[in-house]
Design a protein around this ligand. Structure first.
Ligand code: SF4
Length: 341
């Protein structure tokens, strides 16, 4: 089911990705502005790694994922993808008519296992649909392939003629994972894939994702607002704030020694079992900035406790400050920030 391992090969290289949604008003629906959901985002994904993408709700994480699978046509930027034939294509610019093979190679697992499965379709129909659409199997062969995939995700093939309502939340998410894996993808975008599940079930699904990654050399973009989940599964973490990446680093480095004040605040909000550490939580003042009308300078400055005058006028760019560690803060080298103990 899977290609040979090619660690350190860059599969996806995203540069200056932009996704602006027009704001329309009036009888004629004239465009009066734009919501900059994703604004100049840069990152890469290596073969077989997991990149966590974190931030508060509405920061643009899901929009990034949807741009990668071309559910949205990006407003600008480049998504360089190394395909199975080792050729590099720009997914951001490919015309719709030739996107089909890439929709096989890049798949998405959605957040809500209740809403993302059609209640009128059996498990066989749901998991087999991508194989039918891509004309890869039908009839008995389709059933055999669906049975193999169901076993891989820990479900019994005898259940393939049941409907989603007959399954628990965790089992439904396994069906969602089976659907994503049906086409033997190379990159899987997990969009809040365990957020709707109970904690004990979350652990099972995370372990399943890790097992499948090891077996099939999958590359994950793991989108989540839950940092403890991301710490468990990701090799590197990228932090987003109002459509921009503000920090990206290997997981252990980002959690132990963050260099952006927003990352520090997010880490301080992670629940801690030790009651002596609970008092260190940083309460962010004010609301998340409006992506249709962001503040001048650093978007985080109205909420940043380290902000200085320059932060109000000059927007910091994402720059490398250490090995595989990039930060968008004027004072990244000077601030002494707290990480997770
Ligand atoms: Fe805070 Fe200034 Fe750094 Fe922005 S640039 S995160 S406002 S210190």
């Amino acid at each position: 089911m899977q290609a040979a391992k090619q660690e350190n090969t860059t599969l996806l290289d995203v540069s200056d990705l932009k996704m602006y949604f027009p704001i329309r008003k009036g009888f004629l629906q004239n465009v009066v502005g734009h919501v900059k959901a994703v604004d100049d985002v840069n990152f890469s994904l290596c073969c077989g790694e997991t990149l966590g993408l974190v931030g508060e709700s509405g920061c643009g994480k899901t929009t990034v994922g949807r741009c990668l699978i071309r559910a949205y046509q990006p407003t600008g930027g480049v998504i360089q993808y190394r395909n199975e034939s080792d050729q590099t294509v720009d997914l951001a610019q490919l015309p719709e008519s030739i996107l089909k093979p890439y929709r096989r190679e890049l798949r998405m697992i959605f957040q809500d296992p209740y809403a993302s499965l059609n209640p009128r379709m059996t498990v066989l129909d749901i998991v087999g649909e991508p194989l039918v659409v891509h004309k890869l199997a039908r009839g008995k062969e389709l059933e055999d392939r669906v049975a193999v995939i169901l076993r891989k995700v820990g479900l019994r093939p005898e259940y393939m003629r049941r409907y989603p309502h007959a399954f628990s939340g965790g089992q439904r998410q396994r069906i969602g994972i089976a659907r994503a894996l049906a086409l033997d993808p190379r990159v899987v975008i997990c969009d809040e894939a365990v957020s709707a599940l109970d904690v004990s079930v979350q652990a099972q699904i995370l372990n399943l994702l890790l097992d499948l990654q090891a077996e099939f050399n999958l590359t994950y973009l793991f989108i989540s607002h839950d940092l403890s989940v991301v710490e468990y599964i990701a090799n590197r973490v990228a932090v987003m704030y109002v459509g921009k990446l503000v920090e990206i680093a290997p997981t252990t480095k980002l959690f132990s020694a963050p260099r952006h004040p927003y990352t520090e605040a997010l880490l301080s909000a992670v629940p801690k079992p030790d009651p002596r550490l609970r008092g260190n939580r940083i309460i962010l003042e004010g609301d998340v900035a409006d992506p249709a009308n962001p503040p001048s300078g650093c978007y985080f400055h109205p909420r940043c406790r380290y902000a200085k005058d320059v932060c109000k006028v000059e927007q910091p760019s994402l720059r490398e400050i250490g090995e595989k560690h990039s930060v968008a803060c004027h004072f990244a080298e000077e601030l002494s920030l707290s990480g997770m103990p």
